[in-house]
Each structure stands twice: as C-alpha cells, then as structure tokens.
Design a protein. Sequence first.
Length: 727
Amino acid sequence: MKSKILYAIIILFSINSYSQYITKKEFEKAKKELPLETDQIKKARLLNTLALYYVRRNESLQDIKTSEDLKSQSFEIGKEFGAKDIIATSMHIDILIAVQRKNSELATMLKNKALEYTQRNLLKNQEAEIYRYMGLDFEIQSTDSITREKYIRKANTLFKEAHNLYGEGETYADLADFCENTPDTAFKYAKKAIAIKKHLKNPEFYRDYTMVIRVYFGRGMFKEGLAHALQADLNAEKSHASPRWRCIIYNQLGIIYESLNMHHEALIAYKRGLNMAIESKRPNFVETLRFNLARYLYDNNKIYESLAVMKDIKSYEAKDCNTRYQSMYMLLYTKLKQYNKAKTYYKQLLQCDRKDAREIAVANRSIMRYLLMTGQADKSYFYINELKKQAILEKDYRQLLVAEKAFYSADSAVGNCAAALEHFKNYKVLNDSIFNSKNSQQYNDLQLKYDTEKKDKNIVLLKQQSVIHQQTIRKAEILRYLFIASFLVLVLLIALLYNRSRIKQRAQNKINEQNDQLKILLSEKEWLIKEIHHRVKNNLQIVISLLSTQSEYLENEYALAAIQNSQNRMYAMSLIHQKLYQSDDLATIDMAWYIQELVSYLKDCFHTDKKINYELDTECIELDVTQAVPLGLILNEAVSNAIKYAFTSKDSGKIAIELTKQDSENYRLVIKDNGVGLPKGFELKGQDSLGMNLMVGLANQINGIFEIENMAGLTIIITFKKRNTLI
C-alpha cells in the first residue's frame, strides 16, 4: 500500500562505503601496535591508518589536528625511506583534511597534485583511491552524477590493473549504488561485489547485502528482500558492525516488515534503527529513522505519537520543498481535523516543482489521500490516475493496489457504485496475489528461521557469557583467597614486627638501664679520681710542710738547698693534681695555664735582688698526667737552675719559655736564658748533676729528645709526641 513512499525512503541513506574506511576495531589495533613498532615503513602505515580514522570521524577540531600531525609524521618517514605509496596516501589524507575544513580550492589543488604524483610514479592503487573518493565524496567540486560515476569506473579499471580484488569489489558496490534507478544493472554490480567478497573470504557481506535488498524491494521481491535483510542483520551482529551500518539494516528491515503488514516487527526494527542512528552521531540517519517511525505510527493510527516524533526532527523548515515532510504534516493535521494547518502544507505540495519520479509519486499519493479525507473525492481522480499510470509503467503491483483502492474510495464517495464495485474486485484480486497464504507462510518461515538463528546465537552468546561469568567467579574466588592469604600474611607480619618491636624495646630498656648504671659508675669513678688527685695534692702539701719544718732545724747550706729543691719539685707535681681535681676534665692539663702558675710560684720562691724578666710563649696544648708531670718537673729544674746560676755575674736577665706544636704529632718545649751558660767543655754524659740527670731521665720517660745549646746563654729543648688520653 505504501511501496512508493517506502522505496523512496529505503534509498535515502547514501551507502558511502569508502574503501579507506577504518573501523573502530582496526583503529584500536593500530593505536596499540604503533608504540611497539620498530620498522619505520610499517610505523608510517600505522600512522596513516590512524590519520584516516581521525579525519573521517571528524567529531571535533582536535580530530582534524591529530590527523594532520599523524599524517606529517608518516609523510616524513615516506620521504626519508623513499616510500612512494606512503607519500601518496599522506597526500590523499591532505585532501580529506582540506575538505573537512571546507577549503574546496585547496582540496582541488591537492587532488590534482596527488593525481599527478600517483600517475608519474605508476601508483595505480593510490590513484584509484583518489578517483573513488572523487566519485563518492564530491565536496571537492560540484560534479554531476554521470561524471562521478565515470570516476568510479576509472577507479574500478585501475584496481583491476593493480590486481586489487578488494578495491575492485568495493567499486562494484559503488556502481550498484549509482545505478539504483536501473535495478537490473544495480543488481548485477551488487552480485559481483558479493562474489568477490566470498572469494576473498571476507565475512562482512552486510554492506553489499544492503544494496541487494534495495534492488529486491524495488522489484517487489519482498521474500528475497526479507531473507537478505535478516541475513545482513545476523552478519552485521556477528561482524561487530558499526552503528552506522546497523542503522541502515534496521531501517531496511522496518520498511520491508511494514510492507508485509508485520507491524510489531516493523516497530521494533525502527526503534532499534533509531537507537543505532543516535549512536552513530549522524544527523541525517537520525532524521530518516525518526521520519520512518513517525510515518509508521501514522499508518497505525497513532497520530499524536507520530506528530511528537515529527516535531523532534529539527532539520525541516516549513518553507522548504520537502515532499516527505509536507506530505506527512498535511496528513497528520488532516487526521487531527486541523484543516487550516493541513491546507497550508497542501498548497506547498501543489506549488513545489518536482522532477524526480519517486517524489512525484509520493506527492500524488499524499494529495490523493488528503482530498479523499477532506471530502473532495472529485478532485482526487487526476492524482489517482497519475499514480496508476506510473505503477503500470514500472510494473509496481503494490502501487497499483493502492491506486485501485483509492478508485474504490473515490467512486463510493461520488456515488458511482458500479465503478466502485469494479475497482474493489480489482483490488481484491491484486491483494490476494500479493498477500496470499502461501506468501504469508513463506514470510513467516523466514522470520521463524531468523528468530531461530537469533535465538541460537543468543544461546551461544549466553553460554559464552556463562563461561565468562564462571571464569569471573573463579577469578573472584582466587582473588578472595589471595586477599585472605595476604591478610593472614600481613597479620603474621604485623605480629612478628610487634614481637620484634617488643624484643627491641626490652633490649633498649636494658641498654638504657645499663647506661644509667654506667653513668653512675662513671660519676663515681670521676668522683674517686678527683678524690685521689685531691688526696695526692694534700699528701704532697703535707710533705712540703714537713720538709719546711725540717729545714728550720738544719743549718747546713747544702741540706737546706736540697730540701728547697725537693719542695719545688713536689709543688710542681701538686699543682697538677690540684688542677685536675678542681676541673671537670680529669684526663688532661692545660699546659699554658700550668706553666704560668709554676713560673709564678718559682718567681715567688726565689728571693733574689736580680731583676729577671720572664717571657712565656705557650700555645693552648692539653696533655695527660703521664706527660704533664715529667714536663712540669723538667720545667721546674730548668727554671730553678736558671734563677740560681745563670745570672751570677749580671744584675738582670731574661728567661724565655716556649711550648709549641711542630706538626700533627710532634711538640717542643724550649727553656732559654741569656745568662752565663755552661762552662766550656761541658759534656752532658758523665755529669754527676742530679738536676741535669733528672731532666734527661724525665725526657726519656716521655719518649722525648733532650737537647742543650750553650750559645748566648743556655737553651734546653725537649721534643716529644703527644700521647692519647686513656680517660
């Protein structure tokens, strides 16, 4: 009943199956392989694949920019390695980018340049791709269908010469699309495309089947059309076809179902097609599916729902000469008895100049129905006759059926009962021939077969999902066990760490206890050492006092001198012990302080009329007791002898004392006077002098070197190494 409108709608989709179309699956594969590819030529081809995907997707400006960047990288690799095919493909992508940027002048220039390059380098495949693009995507320049068909035929010839079967098959499919007005030719080319696909064992037949379906539908061969449409749907689902192709197939299924009065199946197909159209993000697909759904709802008397769907279509403007929309709105408002609105669209239909046969048929059919519904049956005969003539000319029996029924309605309305009866008989004969029980059974068998295959596939899918679900459960169980094991290991580890921490804490507490005890012991030791130094100092002072008391009972000058010398020596030792018990440092003596104190004491001990000047040049050197005591005694002997004997013939003199560090290990003590010096011929060895022998012995005790110089007075030099302290 609606075959002309339906046929016009079924070809609204331009099946532009461009040979360089990259699927999402191919894109993801190329994107994954690109970072791992080391071969530069293969890398360049992957770059071109990604660039083609982005430029043809064109969802945003970033897509075009990304495509341009990828193409530039590929082009540079092609130039570096002299890969002419890669360069040609990059040039082709440049054309696509210029077209997407609406720069037709640049696109034309790039197209000519690319063609010249491919022809000069005998790159037939690449040249064929450019010609095919010129035939299908004609945004480069405005060309008529004959010229574009010529480009496709040129591409087909080039693919044949290059022995590229796939390209040859795709161009046959394109030619089938171009020859839609000559069904026999279109059918021939579509079959050739399918045969090549089967020869190449390419499972994606659904693209080519959509063309065959169009031809079968145009011929009124609904059984064959339905069989191919159902097979195309199964194949598309199996091949994971893009939403674009699923949309086209569901649209064709819906139209065929509707033509066969399989309304429930038609509604499902249209709704699925609309969902796929929305997913494909192609406005023209969405518009067509919404229109088909609205028309279906109208034919099934769901007027308000149909009008709501029509209003969702944003692209239609009332001033446009669009037969589909004008017809649909006119019929909808007529059904709603809003005749003024309906009349507006009726006038627009009358005013529009239509040359396309299908558009004329749609207009005639819609105006005919409008006139019959508005009680103007007498005016409808012209449009019914035009519809019948075209149906007879094209051998379109379904359209003829519509005309016979319209004649019956018009004759009945004007009271011509005889003519009405005759047309009704004709209508019944045609209707029975088209929709006989045998055909209905065949259609039902096809649908049953399709549903069975669909269910079988769903069962397989459910089984696969069940296996995947079981695997997921097993993985979840393994993960759960791993988690429990990990948790137990973690608990054990925490327990071990805690135990280790407790052990360490106890050990630390014990160490702290011992440290506290050691501190106490050290403090006690320090106190004891101080006490020892204090007692030694006191004992030495007692001895000094005893010697002083003893000297009061002596009259012998030599004995008194000996006691005085002993007192000085004891004082030199007691001064060290006094400093040690008064200081916090129990290990070392500050020799600069000690020398100054000792010299001051000796200066006070020897009451002499001579004026002696003492010059002290001592560095801050700290020595332990084992070295400080011998050095103190040496210093005492040297200074005492200088005071007593160096200046016997002089009224004044000078005694200089130096204690310096020579290097990192060696130190030197120098006691020098400018007195009379030693007698001539004095030899250190063999001398029976207590003071001199004492100094030599004390120097040896500290492993030092004892030297004397008898020039301009006496100079005593002791060189020694500093010992490490024990405390």
